[in-house]
Write a protein that binds this ligand. Structure first.
Ligand SMILES: [Zn+2]
Length: 542
Protein backbone atom coordinates (compact mmCIF):
# COMPACT_ATOMS: atom_id res chain seq x y z
CA UNK A 1 0.00 0.00 0.00
CA UNK A 2 2.75 2.37 -0.92
CA UNK A 3 0.36 4.70 -2.73
CA UNK A 4 -1.51 5.43 0.44
CA UNK A 5 1.62 6.46 2.29
CA UNK A 6 1.38 9.89 0.68
CA UNK A 7 -0.12 12.58 2.90
CA UNK A 8 -3.01 14.71 1.67
CA UNK A 9 -4.03 18.23 2.58
CA UNK A 10 -7.73 18.23 2.04
CA UNK A 11 -10.39 20.82 1.47
CA UNK A 12 -13.89 19.88 2.53
CA UNK A 13 -16.29 21.32 0.00
CA UNK A 14 -20.02 21.71 0.70
CA UNK A 15 -22.76 23.35 -1.34
CA UNK A 16 -26.49 23.91 -0.96
CA UNK A 17 -29.02 25.64 -3.18
CA UNK A 18 -32.74 25.85 -2.94
CA UNK A 19 -32.85 26.73 -6.62
CA UNK A 20 -31.50 23.30 -7.45
CA UNK A 21 -34.28 21.72 -5.46
CA UNK A 22 -31.83 20.25 -2.96
CA UNK A 23 -33.38 18.26 -0.19
CA UNK A 24 -32.76 20.67 2.64
CA UNK A 25 -32.41 18.11 5.38
CA UNK A 26 -30.20 15.39 3.96
CA UNK A 27 -28.20 17.89 1.93
CA UNK A 28 -27.81 20.49 4.67
CA UNK A 29 -24.34 21.95 5.08
CA UNK A 30 -24.07 20.49 8.59
CA UNK A 31 -24.96 17.07 7.27
CA UNK A 32 -22.49 17.26 4.43
CA UNK A 33 -19.69 18.31 6.77
CA UNK A 34 -20.47 15.61 9.34
CA UNK A 35 -20.47 12.92 6.67
CA UNK A 36 -17.16 14.12 5.23
CA UNK A 37 -15.53 14.43 8.69
CA UNK A 38 -16.63 10.92 9.51
CA UNK A 39 -15.14 9.63 6.28
CA UNK A 40 -11.85 11.44 6.82
CA UNK A 41 -11.53 10.14 10.38
CA UNK A 42 -11.12 6.69 8.83
CA UNK A 43 -8.38 7.92 6.49
CA UNK A 44 -5.36 8.91 8.56
CA UNK A 45 -3.43 10.03 5.46
CA UNK A 46 -5.95 12.84 4.85
CA UNK A 47 -5.65 16.07 6.87
CA UNK A 48 -8.30 18.74 6.70
CA UNK A 49 -6.66 22.09 6.00
CA UNK A 50 -9.70 24.06 4.92
CA UNK A 51 -13.46 24.03 4.63
CA UNK A 52 -15.26 25.81 1.85
CA UNK A 53 -19.00 26.31 1.66
CA UNK A 54 -21.18 27.77 -1.07
CA UNK A 55 -24.52 28.24 0.59
CA UNK A 56 -27.18 29.39 -1.82
CA UNK A 57 -25.20 28.80 -5.00
CA UNK A 58 -26.49 26.64 -7.82
CA UNK A 59 -24.39 23.72 -8.98
CA UNK A 60 -25.17 24.47 -12.59
CA UNK A 61 -22.05 26.58 -13.03
CA UNK A 62 -18.74 26.80 -11.21
CA UNK A 63 -18.80 30.51 -10.71
CA UNK A 64 -19.14 30.19 -6.94
CA UNK A 65 -17.00 32.17 -4.47
CA UNK A 66 -15.99 29.34 -2.14
CA UNK A 67 -15.31 27.03 -5.06
CA UNK A 68 -13.05 29.64 -6.62
CA UNK A 69 -11.23 30.12 -3.29
CA UNK A 70 -10.67 26.39 -3.18
CA UNK A 71 -9.24 26.44 -6.71
CA UNK A 72 -6.92 29.25 -5.58
CA UNK A 73 -5.70 27.07 -2.69
CA UNK A 74 -5.12 24.22 -5.13
CA UNK A 75 -3.11 26.43 -7.45
CA UNK A 76 -0.97 27.71 -4.60
CA UNK A 77 -0.30 24.14 -3.47
CA UNK A 78 -2.03 24.50 -0.11
CA UNK A 79 -4.61 21.87 -1.01
CA UNK A 80 -4.08 18.63 -2.95
CA UNK A 81 -7.24 16.76 -2.11
CA UNK A 82 -10.94 17.64 -2.47
CA UNK A 83 -13.64 15.77 -0.59
CA UNK A 84 -17.37 16.18 -1.28
CA UNK A 85 -20.45 14.29 -0.13
CA UNK A 86 -21.47 13.44 -3.68
CA UNK A 87 -20.95 14.60 -7.22
CA UNK A 88 -24.02 16.81 -7.28
CA UNK A 89 -22.52 18.85 -4.38
CA UNK A 90 -19.49 19.39 -6.58
CA UNK A 91 -21.49 20.42 -9.63
CA UNK A 92 -24.63 19.76 -11.59
CA UNK A 93 -23.17 20.56 -14.95
CA UNK A 94 -21.93 17.15 -15.93
CA UNK A 95 -19.69 18.24 -18.71
CA UNK A 96 -17.94 20.86 -16.63
CA UNK A 97 -17.75 18.62 -13.60
CA UNK A 98 -16.19 15.98 -15.82
CA UNK A 99 -13.68 18.52 -17.04
CA UNK A 100 -12.53 19.23 -13.51
CA UNK A 101 -12.52 15.65 -12.34
CA UNK A 102 -11.02 14.05 -15.40
CA UNK A 103 -8.77 16.79 -16.60
CA UNK A 104 -8.00 19.64 -14.24
CA UNK A 105 -7.57 17.69 -11.01
CA UNK A 106 -5.40 14.89 -12.42
CA UNK A 107 -3.26 17.52 -14.10
CA UNK A 108 -2.76 19.40 -10.83
CA UNK A 109 -2.19 16.20 -8.88
CA UNK A 110 -5.35 16.63 -6.83
CA UNK A 111 -7.04 13.62 -5.27
CA UNK A 112 -10.81 13.86 -5.61
CA UNK A 113 -13.27 11.95 -3.44
CA UNK A 114 -17.07 11.86 -3.82
CA UNK A 115 -18.09 9.76 -0.83
CA UNK A 116 -21.63 8.68 -1.67
CA UNK A 117 -20.69 7.91 -5.25
CA UNK A 118 -17.77 5.86 -3.82
CA UNK A 119 -15.43 7.65 -6.15
CA UNK A 120 -11.80 8.14 -5.22
CA UNK A 121 -9.45 9.24 -7.99
CA UNK A 122 -6.62 7.46 -6.20
CA UNK A 123 -8.28 4.13 -6.75
CA UNK A 124 -7.26 3.48 -10.32
CA UNK A 125 -9.24 0.27 -10.62
CA UNK A 126 -12.32 2.22 -9.80
CA UNK A 127 -12.02 4.62 -12.70
CA UNK A 128 -15.34 3.18 -13.81
CA UNK A 129 -17.25 4.37 -10.83
CA UNK A 130 -17.41 7.95 -11.99
CA UNK A 131 -19.23 6.75 -15.03
CA UNK A 132 -22.09 5.49 -12.93
CA UNK A 133 -23.78 8.77 -12.07
CA UNK A 134 -23.44 9.92 -15.66
CA UNK A 135 -24.84 6.65 -16.83
CA UNK A 136 -27.80 7.19 -14.58
CA UNK A 137 -28.35 10.54 -16.14
CA UNK A 138 -28.50 9.00 -19.58
CA UNK A 139 -30.64 6.12 -18.42
CA UNK A 140 -33.11 8.63 -17.13
CA UNK A 141 -33.68 9.67 -20.69
CA UNK A 142 -34.98 6.30 -21.76
CA UNK A 143 -38.59 5.50 -21.37
CA UNK A 144 -39.52 2.08 -20.19
CA UNK A 145 -41.87 0.09 -22.37
CA UNK A 146 -45.31 1.52 -22.24
CA UNK A 147 -47.81 -1.09 -21.23
CA UNK A 148 -51.56 -0.87 -21.56
CA UNK A 149 -51.77 -0.50 -17.83
CA UNK A 150 -49.87 2.75 -17.60
CA UNK A 151 -51.06 4.22 -20.85
CA UNK A 152 -53.98 5.94 -19.19
CA UNK A 153 -51.66 7.51 -16.66
CA UNK A 154 -49.64 8.94 -19.51
CA UNK A 155 -52.78 10.41 -20.92
CA UNK A 156 -53.37 12.22 -17.65
CA UNK A 157 -49.85 13.57 -17.63
CA UNK A 158 -50.23 14.81 -21.19
CA UNK A 159 -53.36 16.64 -20.27
CA UNK A 160 -51.56 18.30 -17.40
CA UNK A 161 -48.86 19.46 -19.79
CA UNK A 162 -46.19 17.16 -18.50
CA UNK A 163 -43.54 16.02 -20.89
CA UNK A 164 -43.50 12.26 -21.34
CA UNK A 165 -41.25 11.82 -24.36
CA UNK A 166 -38.23 9.59 -24.16
CA UNK A 167 -35.87 12.41 -24.98
CA UNK A 168 -36.09 16.10 -24.52
CA UNK A 169 -36.36 17.87 -27.87
CA UNK A 170 -33.19 19.63 -28.98
CA UNK A 171 -33.04 22.96 -27.16
CA UNK A 172 -34.51 21.56 -23.98
CA UNK A 173 -33.35 19.33 -21.19
CA UNK A 174 -35.43 17.25 -18.89
CA UNK A 175 -35.56 19.02 -15.57
CA UNK A 176 -33.31 16.90 -13.30
CA UNK A 177 -35.73 17.51 -10.43
CA UNK A 178 -38.88 16.69 -12.37
CA UNK A 179 -38.55 14.52 -15.42
CA UNK A 180 -41.96 15.50 -16.66
CA UNK A 181 -40.83 19.06 -17.17
CA UNK A 182 -38.64 20.60 -19.81
CA UNK A 183 -36.13 23.35 -19.11
CA UNK A 184 -34.19 25.26 -21.76
CA UNK A 185 -30.70 23.99 -22.50
CA UNK A 186 -28.62 27.17 -22.34
CA UNK A 187 -26.39 26.22 -25.22
CA UNK A 188 -28.78 24.47 -27.59
CA UNK A 189 -31.57 27.00 -27.07
CA UNK A 190 -29.17 29.65 -28.33
CA UNK A 191 -28.70 27.62 -31.48
CA UNK A 192 -32.47 27.26 -31.91
CA UNK A 193 -32.88 31.03 -31.61
CA UNK A 194 -30.18 31.58 -34.20
CA UNK A 195 -31.91 29.17 -36.61
CA UNK A 196 -35.20 31.08 -36.34
CA UNK A 197 -33.43 34.38 -36.67
CA UNK A 198 -31.63 33.30 -39.82
CA UNK A 199 -34.84 31.97 -41.33
CA UNK A 200 -36.53 35.30 -40.66
CA UNK A 201 -33.64 37.00 -42.34
CA UNK A 202 -34.41 35.01 -45.44
CA UNK A 203 -31.97 32.13 -45.36
CA UNK A 204 -33.01 28.79 -46.78
CA UNK A 205 -32.90 25.70 -44.60
CA UNK A 206 -30.04 24.40 -46.71
CA UNK A 207 -28.02 27.52 -46.14
CA UNK A 208 -28.72 27.41 -42.41
CA UNK A 209 -27.59 23.79 -42.21
CA UNK A 210 -24.44 24.71 -44.10
CA UNK A 211 -23.73 27.58 -41.75
CA UNK A 212 -24.22 25.47 -38.63
CA UNK A 213 -21.92 22.77 -39.96
CA UNK A 214 -19.33 25.32 -40.90
CA UNK A 215 -19.40 26.71 -37.38
CA UNK A 216 -18.99 23.27 -35.90
CA UNK A 217 -22.37 23.29 -34.17
CA UNK A 218 -23.23 19.68 -33.44
CA UNK A 219 -26.46 18.45 -35.00
CA UNK A 220 -29.15 17.37 -32.49
CA UNK A 221 -28.18 13.71 -32.58
CA UNK A 222 -24.47 14.36 -32.15
CA UNK A 223 -25.18 16.88 -29.44
CA UNK A 224 -27.20 14.35 -27.51
CA UNK A 225 -24.34 11.89 -27.80
CA UNK A 226 -21.82 14.49 -26.72
CA UNK A 227 -23.82 15.14 -23.57
CA UNK A 228 -23.49 11.49 -22.73
CA UNK A 229 -19.86 11.31 -23.82
CA UNK A 230 -18.77 10.14 -20.37
CA UNK A 231 -20.74 6.97 -20.92
CA UNK A 232 -19.53 6.40 -24.43
CA UNK A 233 -16.02 7.39 -23.42
CA UNK A 234 -13.55 6.56 -26.10
CA UNK A 235 -14.89 3.37 -27.49
CA UNK A 236 -16.73 4.50 -30.48
CA UNK A 237 -15.48 5.49 -33.88
CA UNK A 238 -17.95 6.60 -36.49
CA UNK A 239 -18.65 9.30 -38.96
CA UNK A 240 -20.12 12.42 -37.45
CA UNK A 241 -23.67 13.26 -38.51
CA UNK A 242 -24.28 16.77 -39.82
CA UNK A 243 -27.11 19.28 -39.94
CA UNK A 244 -29.37 18.82 -42.96
CA UNK A 245 -32.15 20.97 -44.43
CA UNK A 246 -34.56 18.44 -42.95
CA UNK A 247 -33.23 18.73 -39.42
CA UNK A 248 -33.40 22.52 -39.71
CA UNK A 249 -37.00 22.33 -40.96
CA UNK A 250 -37.89 20.07 -38.07
CA UNK A 251 -36.70 22.76 -35.66
CA UNK A 252 -38.43 25.55 -37.57
CA UNK A 253 -41.80 23.79 -37.42
CA UNK A 254 -41.76 22.41 -33.91
CA UNK A 255 -44.25 24.34 -31.84
CA UNK A 256 -42.69 23.05 -28.64
CA UNK A 257 -40.28 26.01 -28.74
CA UNK A 258 -43.16 28.42 -28.08
CA UNK A 259 -43.76 26.75 -24.74
CA UNK A 260 -46.68 24.69 -26.01
CA UNK A 261 -46.66 20.99 -25.51
CA UNK A 262 -48.47 18.90 -28.11
CA UNK A 263 -48.51 15.22 -27.42
CA UNK A 264 -50.48 12.20 -28.38
CA UNK A 265 -50.06 12.74 -32.10
CA UNK A 266 -49.64 9.02 -32.53
CA UNK A 267 -50.64 5.95 -30.66
CA UNK A 268 -49.64 2.33 -30.56
CA UNK A 269 -52.82 0.25 -30.80
CA UNK A 270 -51.14 -2.80 -29.38
CA UNK A 271 -48.11 -2.52 -27.17
CA UNK A 272 -46.70 -5.82 -28.36
CA UNK A 273 -46.72 -4.70 -31.94
CA UNK A 274 -44.67 -1.55 -32.10
CA UNK A 275 -46.75 -0.06 -34.83
CA UNK A 276 -47.38 3.64 -34.71
CA UNK A 277 -50.62 5.09 -35.97
CA UNK A 278 -51.17 8.80 -36.55
CA UNK A 279 -54.11 10.25 -34.68
CA UNK A 280 -56.50 12.85 -35.95
CA UNK A 281 -55.47 16.41 -35.14
CA UNK A 282 -58.58 16.90 -33.02
CA UNK A 283 -57.36 14.16 -30.70
CA UNK A 284 -53.98 15.77 -30.06
CA UNK A 285 -53.43 16.95 -26.57
CA UNK A 286 -52.25 20.47 -26.42
CA UNK A 287 -51.15 22.51 -23.42
CA UNK A 288 -49.96 26.10 -23.71
CA UNK A 289 -47.17 27.46 -21.49
CA UNK A 290 -46.18 23.97 -20.40
CA UNK A 291 -42.56 25.07 -20.21
CA UNK A 292 -40.41 28.13 -20.83
CA UNK A 293 -40.59 29.37 -24.41
CA UNK A 294 -37.40 29.63 -26.44
CA UNK A 295 -39.12 31.26 -29.41
CA UNK A 296 -41.89 33.79 -28.93
CA UNK A 297 -45.20 33.07 -30.62
CA UNK A 298 -44.87 35.95 -33.06
CA UNK A 299 -41.50 34.81 -34.35
CA UNK A 300 -42.78 31.26 -34.65
CA UNK A 301 -45.84 32.35 -36.62
CA UNK A 302 -43.75 34.58 -38.86
CA UNK A 303 -41.50 31.67 -39.67
CA UNK A 304 -44.49 29.44 -40.41
CA UNK A 305 -45.83 31.99 -42.82
CA UNK A 306 -42.47 32.27 -44.54
CA UNK A 307 -42.34 28.49 -44.86
CA UNK A 308 -45.85 28.53 -46.27
CA UNK A 309 -44.91 31.19 -48.77
CA UNK A 310 -41.91 29.12 -49.76
CA UNK A 311 -44.25 26.24 -50.54
CA UNK A 312 -46.92 28.02 -52.56
CA UNK A 313 -44.79 29.51 -55.26
CA UNK A 314 -47.40 28.61 -57.88
CA UNK A 315 -49.49 31.76 -58.06
CA UNK A 316 -51.71 30.75 -60.99
CA UNK A 317 -54.27 29.10 -58.71
CA UNK A 318 -57.31 31.29 -58.10
CA UNK A 319 -57.67 35.04 -57.94
CA UNK A 320 -56.57 36.39 -54.60
CA UNK A 321 -57.77 39.88 -53.81
CA UNK A 322 -55.27 42.22 -52.19
CA UNK A 323 -56.96 42.12 -48.79
CA UNK A 324 -58.11 38.50 -48.74
CA UNK A 325 -57.73 37.06 -45.28
CA UNK A 326 -56.37 40.29 -43.81
CA UNK A 327 -59.54 42.17 -42.93
CA UNK A 328 -60.93 41.68 -39.46
CA UNK A 329 -63.99 43.15 -37.83
CA UNK A 330 -63.02 45.52 -35.03
CA UNK A 331 -65.85 44.36 -32.79
CA UNK A 332 -66.21 40.61 -33.14
CA UNK A 333 -62.75 39.88 -34.53
CA UNK A 334 -64.11 37.75 -37.35
CA UNK A 335 -63.16 38.00 -41.01
CA UNK A 336 -64.76 40.55 -43.26
CA UNK A 337 -66.35 39.24 -46.44
CA UNK A 338 -66.07 40.73 -49.89
CA UNK A 339 -69.22 41.65 -51.77
CA UNK A 340 -69.90 43.26 -55.13
CA UNK A 341 -72.85 44.82 -56.82
CA UNK A 342 -73.35 46.30 -60.25
CA UNK A 343 -75.17 49.50 -60.92
CA UNK A 344 -75.47 50.43 -64.57
CA UNK A 345 -72.13 49.61 -66.08
CA UNK A 346 -70.30 50.26 -62.81
CA UNK A 347 -69.21 47.58 -60.45
CA UNK A 348 -68.77 48.31 -56.76
CA UNK A 349 -66.90 46.30 -54.20
CA UNK A 350 -67.32 46.53 -50.46
CA UNK A 351 -66.68 44.48 -47.35
CA UNK A 352 -68.87 43.60 -44.39
CA UNK A 353 -68.47 41.68 -41.16
CA UNK A 354 -69.00 37.94 -41.68
CA UNK A 355 -70.82 37.60 -38.36
CA UNK A 356 -73.28 40.22 -39.53
CA UNK A 357 -73.68 38.46 -42.85
CA UNK A 358 -74.42 35.19 -41.10
CA UNK A 359 -77.12 36.98 -39.14
CA UNK A 360 -75.47 36.29 -35.80
CA UNK A 361 -75.39 39.85 -34.50
CA UNK A 362 -72.61 42.44 -34.92
CA UNK A 363 -73.03 45.49 -37.10
CA UNK A 364 -72.15 45.72 -40.79
CA UNK A 365 -68.78 47.50 -40.52
CA UNK A 366 -69.32 48.19 -44.17
CA UNK A 367 -66.49 49.78 -46.07
CA UNK A 368 -65.94 50.16 -49.78
CA UNK A 369 -62.91 48.94 -51.63
CA UNK A 370 -61.95 52.52 -52.52
CA UNK A 371 -62.18 53.75 -48.94
CA UNK A 372 -60.12 50.84 -47.80
CA UNK A 373 -57.49 51.34 -50.50
CA UNK A 374 -57.10 55.00 -49.60
CA UNK A 375 -56.85 54.31 -45.88
CA UNK A 376 -54.31 51.52 -46.27
CA UNK A 377 -52.28 53.55 -48.73
CA UNK A 378 -52.15 56.49 -46.30
CA UNK A 379 -51.24 54.19 -43.43
CA UNK A 380 -48.42 52.54 -45.32
CA UNK A 381 -47.05 55.86 -46.51
CA UNK A 382 -46.86 57.24 -43.02
CA UNK A 383 -45.26 54.08 -41.68
CA UNK A 384 -42.67 54.07 -44.44
CA UNK A 385 -41.90 57.71 -43.76
CA UNK A 386 -41.30 57.05 -40.12
CA UNK A 387 -39.15 54.00 -40.85
CA UNK A 388 -37.00 56.10 -43.18
CA UNK A 389 -36.64 58.76 -40.55
CA UNK A 390 -35.60 56.19 -38.01
CA UNK A 391 -33.06 54.77 -40.38
CA UNK A 392 -31.44 58.17 -40.59
CA UNK A 393 -31.21 58.26 -36.79
CA UNK A 394 -29.92 54.73 -36.77
CA UNK A 395 -26.98 55.74 -38.91
CA UNK A 396 -25.95 58.05 -36.11
CA UNK A 397 -26.44 55.40 -33.46
CA UNK A 398 -24.64 52.71 -35.42
CA UNK A 399 -21.35 53.43 -33.77
CA UNK A 400 -22.89 52.25 -30.50
CA UNK A 401 -21.60 49.00 -29.02
CA UNK A 402 -23.59 45.97 -29.99
CA UNK A 403 -26.22 45.69 -27.31
CA UNK A 404 -28.98 43.77 -29.00
CA UNK A 405 -29.66 40.50 -27.33
CA UNK A 406 -30.58 38.67 -30.51
CA UNK A 407 -27.08 38.16 -31.81
CA UNK A 408 -25.70 34.68 -32.08
CA UNK A 409 -23.57 33.87 -29.07
CA UNK A 410 -20.18 33.44 -30.67
CA UNK A 411 -18.32 33.37 -27.39
CA UNK A 412 -20.36 30.47 -26.07
CA UNK A 413 -19.76 28.64 -29.33
CA UNK A 414 -16.01 29.13 -29.12
CA UNK A 415 -15.93 28.02 -25.47
CA UNK A 416 -17.86 24.90 -26.44
CA UNK A 417 -15.48 24.10 -29.28
CA UNK A 418 -12.46 24.62 -27.04
CA UNK A 419 -14.00 22.25 -24.54
CA UNK A 420 -14.44 19.69 -27.30
CA UNK A 421 -10.80 20.05 -28.24
CA UNK A 422 -9.69 19.65 -24.64
CA UNK A 423 -11.89 16.64 -24.14
CA UNK A 424 -10.64 14.90 -27.25
CA UNK A 425 -7.07 15.74 -26.30
CA UNK A 426 -7.50 14.16 -22.92
CA UNK A 427 -9.12 11.11 -24.47
CA UNK A 428 -6.22 10.88 -26.84
CA UNK A 429 -3.76 11.12 -23.95
CA UNK A 430 -5.54 8.38 -22.06
CA UNK A 431 -5.43 6.08 -25.07
CA UNK A 432 -1.82 5.10 -24.58
CA UNK A 433 -2.58 4.22 -20.97
CA UNK A 434 -5.51 2.14 -22.15
CA UNK A 435 -3.24 0.36 -24.59
CA UNK A 436 -0.69 -0.40 -21.90
CA UNK A 437 -3.34 -1.60 -19.53
CA UNK A 438 -4.56 -3.95 -22.20
CA UNK A 439 -7.99 -2.33 -22.41
CA UNK A 440 -7.61 -1.87 -26.15
CA UNK A 441 -5.45 -3.44 -28.82
CA UNK A 442 -2.88 -1.90 -31.20
CA UNK A 443 -5.33 -1.63 -34.03
CA UNK A 444 -7.97 0.10 -31.95
CA UNK A 445 -5.31 2.36 -30.52
CA UNK A 446 -4.45 3.73 -33.95
CA UNK A 447 -8.07 3.88 -35.02
CA UNK A 448 -9.12 5.90 -31.96
CA UNK A 449 -6.06 8.07 -32.12
CA UNK A 450 -6.86 9.00 -35.69
CA UNK A 451 -10.47 9.69 -34.84
CA UNK A 452 -9.58 12.04 -31.96
CA UNK A 453 -7.06 13.84 -34.08
CA UNK A 454 -9.58 14.47 -36.82
CA UNK A 455 -12.16 15.67 -34.29
CA UNK A 456 -9.61 18.07 -32.81
CA UNK A 457 -8.74 19.30 -36.29
CA UNK A 458 -12.32 19.93 -37.31
CA UNK A 459 -13.04 21.73 -34.04
CA UNK A 460 -10.00 23.93 -34.60
CA UNK A 461 -11.19 24.70 -38.11
CA UNK A 462 -14.63 25.49 -36.71
CA UNK A 463 -13.15 27.99 -34.24
CA UNK A 464 -11.50 29.80 -37.13
CA UNK A 465 -14.83 29.82 -38.99
CA UNK A 466 -16.75 31.12 -35.99
CA UNK A 467 -14.24 33.87 -35.42
CA UNK A 468 -14.51 34.97 -39.04
CA UNK A 469 -18.24 34.82 -38.73
CA UNK A 470 -18.18 36.98 -35.63
CA UNK A 471 -16.08 39.53 -37.48
CA UNK A 472 -18.57 39.57 -40.33
CA UNK A 473 -21.42 39.90 -37.90
CA UNK A 474 -19.88 43.01 -36.43
CA UNK A 475 -19.41 44.45 -39.87
CA UNK A 476 -22.83 43.44 -41.05
CA UNK A 477 -24.69 44.44 -37.94
CA UNK A 478 -26.89 46.40 -40.25
CA UNK A 479 -28.35 43.16 -41.51
CA UNK A 480 -30.34 43.11 -38.28
CA UNK A 481 -32.30 45.88 -39.83
CA UNK A 482 -33.05 44.12 -43.09
CA UNK A 483 -36.75 44.72 -42.49
CA UNK A 484 -36.16 48.44 -42.95
CA UNK A 485 -35.30 47.79 -46.56
CA UNK A 486 -38.60 46.00 -47.06
CA UNK A 487 -40.45 49.14 -46.03
CA UNK A 488 -38.14 51.39 -48.00
CA UNK A 489 -39.13 49.61 -51.19
CA UNK A 490 -42.53 51.29 -50.80
CA UNK A 491 -41.32 54.87 -50.64
CA UNK A 492 -43.19 55.80 -53.80
CA UNK A 493 -46.17 53.55 -53.40
CA UNK A 494 -49.23 54.55 -55.46
CA UNK A 495 -51.50 51.52 -55.27
CA UNK A 496 -52.05 48.50 -53.07
CA UNK A 497 -51.21 45.12 -54.46
CA UNK A 498 -51.55 41.71 -52.87
CA UNK A 499 -47.77 41.47 -52.51
CA UNK A 500 -47.66 44.75 -50.62
CA UNK A 501 -50.23 43.55 -48.13
CA UNK A 502 -48.51 40.20 -47.57
CA UNK A 503 -45.12 41.82 -47.22
CA UNK A 504 -46.02 44.66 -44.90
CA UNK A 505 -49.16 43.78 -43.02
CA UNK A 506 -50.26 41.39 -40.36
CA UNK A 507 -53.91 42.41 -40.14
CA UNK A 508 -56.26 45.21 -41.06
CA UNK A 509 -58.89 45.91 -38.45
CA UNK A 510 -62.03 47.67 -39.57
CA UNK A 511 -64.05 49.53 -36.95
CA UNK A 512 -67.69 50.48 -37.27
CA UNK A 513 -66.93 54.18 -37.69
CA UNK A 514 -64.73 53.28 -40.69
CA UNK A 515 -61.63 53.85 -38.66
CA UNK A 516 -58.99 51.40 -39.75
CA UNK A 517 -56.13 50.04 -37.75
CA UNK A 518 -53.17 48.60 -39.59
CA UNK A 519 -51.11 45.99 -37.83
CA UNK A 520 -47.74 46.03 -39.50
CA UNK A 521 -45.34 43.18 -39.71
CA UNK A 522 -42.01 43.55 -37.92
CA UNK A 523 -43.88 45.44 -35.24
CA UNK A 524 -41.55 44.13 -32.54
CA UNK A 525 -38.49 45.20 -34.45
CA UNK A 526 -40.07 48.57 -35.07
CA UNK A 527 -40.86 49.03 -31.39
CA UNK A 528 -37.39 47.87 -30.43
CA UNK A 529 -35.83 50.35 -32.78
CA UNK A 530 -38.03 53.11 -31.40
CA UNK A 531 -36.86 52.16 -27.93
CA UNK A 532 -33.24 51.97 -28.96
CA UNK A 533 -33.39 55.38 -30.54
CA UNK A 534 -35.31 56.66 -27.54
CA UNK A 535 -32.63 55.42 -25.17
CA UNK A 536 -29.99 57.00 -27.27
CA UNK A 537 -31.60 60.40 -27.48
CA UNK A 538 -32.14 60.15 -23.72
CA UNK A 539 -28.47 59.67 -22.92
CA UNK A 540 -27.38 62.15 -25.53
CA UNK A 541 -29.45 64.84 -23.91
CA UNK A 542 -27.69 64.46 -20.56
ZN1 LIG B 1 -68.24 41.89 -36.49
Amino acid sequence: MSVLSKEYNACIYARLSRDDGDKLESDSITNQRALIRDFISKHPEIHVVSEKTDDGYSGVNFDRPAFQEMMEDIRSGKVNCVVVKDLSRFGRNYIEAGNYIERVFPFMGVRFIAINDSYDSLDRNQSDSLIIPFKNLINDAYCKDISVKIRSQLEIKRKKGQFIGAFAVYGYLKDPEDHNRLIPDTYASEVVRAIYKWKLEGMSQGRIAEKLNLQGVLCPMEYKLSMGIKVQTNFKVRKQALWSPRSVTRILTNEIYTGALIQGKTSTPNYKVKKIVAKDETEWIRVEDAHEAIIDRRTFDDVQRILQKDIRSAPDEEVVYPFSGYLKCGDCGQNMVRKTYTSGDKRYTYYICSTRKAGKGCSTHQITDDELNDAVLQGIRSRVASVIEMEELLKIVESLPETQRNVFNYDAQIVKLKEDIERNRSFKMKLYENLQEGMIGQEEYFLFKKSYESKIQSAEAAIVAVEQERQQAIEQNRENYAWIDIFKKYQNITSIERKTVVELLEEIIVHEDKKIRLCFRYGDQYTKLVELLGNYSGTAAE
